[in-house]
Design a protein around this ligand. Structure first.
Ligand code: NDP
Length: 274
């Protein structure tokens, strides 16, 4: 019997998840489809009830519903509970289980180009939903986290949260500073760069040993990431995070190991980078 999956959000037209998941279904010969479904702001509950009634096995959730969907679910995994956000829902025996694969997806993608070792200094630029998921997923690695955010209060809240959850975090002002020469990993999680804007500050002074990641993947290389590359750092964009959060969602829904290479191929074809 064909299985049905989807991603719900608004806007959703440019989501690459269908191409990525369909690439995986093809590779494994799985009878399944994955749709992109736009949900209007007041229709979230009806949309979920509809998906359930239509026999969907699960769906991804994206902006702006990752938090709003929580009251409509029956159960949350520890990852979703801690993040306070859901990006993956599984229907199991009629129950809706909310999960979050963003943070662990990020870590898996980072591990493609770097190890994460105790005591390493990891700088997170931004303190929104994505930053929180990433910070949470970094806690088990015992790294020292430094958080910078335009709105400092929000950076402080996130650092407090990390410290209350057995992590180690501090904040620094939203500007170039001493953190640049001590950072082992710098993670750009704000939306600055989506429109190719220049970053508010330069990375000059960063160690060439540092790994720099921008979780944006469209544009493929933001001005921020370009500067890091030109300064000699190893860089990574957000396509890997997208890929691995999708792979972890696949594994949550279907079990076993996701077909990473086939999903990557589907994703890169859709982006036009094959
Ligand atoms: P949020 O709205 O939760 O957070 C936005 C963050 O960006 C805040 O830290 C905000 O700072 C900052 N910000 C926004 N505009 C500016 C500006 N002009 N100058 C400085 N800082 C700014 O969004 P998310 O955390 O959900 O998403 C952030 C980015 O991550 C998006 O670009 C999204 O596309 C990307 N993303 C990528 C994923 C992937 O799989 N690759 C997954 C999830 C997200 P302040 O608190 O001061 O407002």
């Amino acid at each position: 019997m064909e299985k049905h999956f989807a991603v719900i959000g608004n806007p959703i037209a440019h989501s690459l998840s269908p191409a990525m998941h369909r690439g995986g279904y093809q590779a494994f010969g799985i009878e399944a489809d994955y749709l992109r479904l736009k949900v209007e702001p007041n229709d979230l509950l009806q949309a979920i009830q509809g998906l359930k009634a239509l026999g969907f096995s699960g769906w991804n959730v994206t902006i702006p519903y990752k938090e709003q969907i929580i009251p409509f679910l029956d159960e949350l995994t520890p990852e979703a509970l801690e993040a306070g956000a859901v990006n993956t829902v599984k229907v199991e025996a009629g129950r809706l289980i909310g999960h979050n694969t963003d943070g662990n997806g990020f870590v898996r993608s980072l591990q493609e180009i770097s190890t994460l070792e105790k005591g390493m200094q990891v700088v997170i630029l931004g303190a929104g939903g994505a930053a929180k998921g990433i910070a949470m997923a970094l806690i088990p690695y015992n790294v020292k986290i430094v958080i910078l955010n335009r709105t400092n209060e929000r950076a402080k809240r996130l650092a407090d949260w990390v410290n209350q959850h057995d992590g180690e975090a501090a904040t620094a002002p939203w500007e170039a500073g001493n953190w640049l020469n001590s950072a082992d990993v710098v993670i750009q999680t704000t939306s600055v760069g989506l429109k190719q804007e220049q970053y508010p500050f330069s990375l000059k002074g960063i160690s060439t040993q540092a790994v720099v990641i921008d979780i944006i993947f469209n544009p493929w290389e933001t001005p921020f990431l370009r500067e890091a590359r030109e300064l000699g750092c190893r860089t990574l964009n957000g396509a890997g995070m997208l890929l691995y959060q999708g792979a972890l969602a696949w594994e949550f829904w279907l079990g076993g190991q996701a077909p990473i290479e086939a999903m990557k191929k589907g994703l890169l074809e859709a982006i036009g980078k094959n």
